[in-house]
Ligand binder design. Sequence first.
Ligand SMILES: Cc1cc2nc3c(=O)[nH]c(=O)nc-3n(C[C@H](O)[C@H](O)[C@H](O)COP(=O)(O)OP(=O)(O)OC[C@H]3O[C@@H](n4cnc5c(N)ncnc54)[C@H](O)[C@@H]3O)c2cc1C
Length: 140
Amino acid sequence: MATSERSSDLQITSSHDRQKNSDDAPDIWVAMSYHVIVIGGSFAGLSAALQLARARRRVLILDSGKPRNRFAQFSQGFFGHDGQSPSAILANARSQLLSYGTVSFAEDLATHAAKSDEEYIITAASGTVHTASEGDLHPD
Ligand SMILES: Cc1cc2nc3c(=O)[nH]c(=O)nc-3n(C[C@H](O)[C@H](O)[C@H](O)COP(=O)(O)OP(=O)(O)OC[C@H]3O[C@@H](n4cnc5c(N)ncnc54)[C@H](O)[C@@H]3O)c2cc1C
């Protein structure tokens, strides 16, 4: 499904955004609502997302997969990672990040951003619409 659909209490977006209620529940999917959508999942975006995950925020990282150092075979001068390939560093960082249950990652290009009174609305090249809202933060 390419676009979001809303009824009074149900929002259906893409498969990335869907979360089943429980194993026993009927096949009804409810939307995952994010606190933050990070656009760009390379060194800067993953660093930001890690701090947000540590702060228990629900985070979606949208990344089009073109880090600027993708042409470099090895990374140099990055403490603890000297001599590793940039793609290996990113893959490791992404895997560590995805161990946080509140983090999702989607390979897509953000093409449009808007803000309503309630939420931020990000449209991606695939046609998927993602939303984020500062409300409903974790109580603890
Ligand atoms: C050839 C080269 C070699 C380098 N070697 C080293 C080195 O050895 N050591 C070192 O410390 N630094 C090196 N650097 C610098 C390092 O690559 C950068 O500092 C680092 O990549 C910056 O990270 P970033 O997250 O800001 O940006 P980027 O790595 O450029 O990442 C931006 C990400 O955002 C995504 N994106 C952009 N727009 C959108 C959108 N609209 N929707 C979704 N996703 C989007 C891109 O696809 C990309 O994945 C090198 C750079 C280059 C060019």
